[in-house]
Design a protein around this ligand. Structure first.
Ligand SMILES: NC(=O)c1ccc[n+]([C@@H]2O[C@H](COP(=O)([O-])OP(=O)(O)OC[C@H]3O[C@@H](n4cnc5c(N)ncnc54)[C@H](O)[C@@H]3O)[C@@H](O)[C@H]2O)c1
Ligand SMILES: O=C(O)C(=O)C[C@@H](O)[C@H](O)[C@H](O)COP(=O)(O)O
Ligand SMILES: [Zn+2]
Length: 366
């Protein structure tokens, strides 16, 4: 069992990861649960179908004040409709400022539930019980959001959870596509922090078929990177922007394809390749590094066709709505080398050149 503490100016909570973490509800987290007047599990409907009974069983001590609400599976839940539906549910169930919510699902469910908790009666406590690999990123750090037709995560808030509990056995039902998607964010944490670790991941066979043990160890490393950045810059005024490596183009790809069509991690993989291409154009990183990530993505069946499915102008129209835009200028997280991220303005011409080079280099890749 692994544990890591996240500490910001006003918040401190633990991220627990292991095969039996839900047992901690009746010990370590007993006071948190019993101090709440009502508790809601808001669960991704697909996850609820497979795993709700194990979570409910571990909450037996608060059975009399527990209610369950299921929401659409995956990215579809990050909508204003599901947000409003959850708020109405909590109000109708008599929830108060002393109530507690448990988010049960992947990053999409976590982002939606976090935003519900951040805004219900101006903010109540919530716990993440994440069920995907990718959630080692999403469940830590307190970014919450829903999507708008205009773009990804456009409405949200910073609201830290009270606890994060990964029960690793739940990963066993994840489709391989979701495992791959989650590992893209792990690779992002490596790229922005540590060259040796990045190179290990790029050659590691575990990437294709990871064991529960390997995942726990690697996710803890990713969480460590995320937790230390969040501790330093909770509200993304400086270094937290590095966590957006691969996300400017990635979010544009995700939005252009239609939310939920391409997964977040798959989009971030394309976005990281694009950022390396930009770094290469600026003479910061070697051509071989971009090439290595393209080959890696292709071999591990990350889809690259979206690069060819839309025009540069279509991607550009989404990137121009990115939250990192500053005074009309596009900002990207690029690398001066692995482990050396920085934020910089990038011109339309540089973006276009990177796009053109990338379309050539990924020609024929699916
Ligand atoms: N807040 C943040 O800091 C942050 C960080 C990274 C990503 N995100 C957000 O996270 C979201 C992506 O999260 P995700 O990759 O976890 O995807 P997801 O939540 O959309 O889940 C992916 C799919 O897997 C299913 N699923 C989840 N757990 C399962 C399990 N154990 N077994 C079987 N099926 C399961 C879901 O029903 C869904 O169909 C995006 O919306 C992204 O923007 C947020
Ligand atoms: O925690 C952060 O900060 C991140 O940027 C993590 C990202 O992986 C995540 O996808 C995040 O939701 C993107 O944030 P956004 O502010 O660009 O919407
Ligand atoms: Zn992300």
């Amino acid at each position: 069992m692994g544990k890591l503490t996240v500490e910001t100016t006003n918040h401190r909570y633990d991220v627990q990861i292991g095969p039996t973490t839900y047992a901690l509800f009746s010990t370590v987290y007993k006071d948190l649960l019993t101090s709440a007047d009502r508790i809601a599990i808001i669960a991704d409907e697909k996850v609820a179908e497979i795993h709700l009974s194990s979570l409910e069983a571990s909450l037996a001590i608060v059975k009399n004040k527990l209610v369950i609400k299921t929401i659409p599976a995956g990215e579809a839940c990050k909508s204003i409709d599901t947000y409003a539906d959850c708020q109405s549910f909590l109000l109708q169930q008599g929830f108060t400022r002393q109530s507690l919510i448990i988010a049960f699902g992947g990053g999409a469910c976590g982002d939606l539930v976090g935003f519900v908790a951040a805004t219900f009666m101006r903010g109540i406590r919530y716990i993440h019980c994440p069920t995907t690999i990718l959630a080692h990123d999403s469940a830590v750090g307190g970014k919450t959001a829903i999507n708008m037709p205009e773009g990804k995560n456009m409405v949200g808030a910073f609201h830290q959870p009270s606890a994060v509990l990964f029960q690793t056995g739940l990963f066993s039902s994840l489709p391989s596509r979701e495992i791959r998607s989650g590992l893209a964010e792990l690779l992002k944490h490596a790229f922005i922090s540590n060259e040796e670790w990045t190179m290990q991941l790029l050659v590691n066979e575990s990437f294709t078929n990871p064991s529960e043990q390997w995942l726990s160890e690697e996710l803890l490393k990713g969480i460590q990177v995320k937790a230390s950045i969040v501790a330093e810059d909770e509200f993304e005024q400086s270094t937290r922007k590095f966590l957006n490596f691969g996300h400017t183009f990635g979010h544009a790809v995700e939005a252009a394809c239609g939310f939920g069509k391409l997964s977040h991690g798959e989009s971030v993989m394309i976005g990281m390749i694009y950022s390396l291409q930009l770094s290469e154009i600026m003479g910061l990183t070697e051509k071989t590094l971009t090439e290595q990530l393209i080959q890696f993505a292709n071999e591990h069946e990350y889809p690259l066709h979206p690069i060819h499915d839309f025009s540069f102008d279509e991607f550009m129209s989404y990137m121009q709505k990115d939250k990192k835009m500053s005074h009309g200028k596009l900002n990207f997280v690029l690398l001066e080398g692995i482990g050396q991220p920085f934020v910089t303005e990038v011109t339309r011409e540089q973006c276009l050149r990177a796009f053109q080079e990338l379309t050539t280099r990924t020609e024929g890749m699916s």
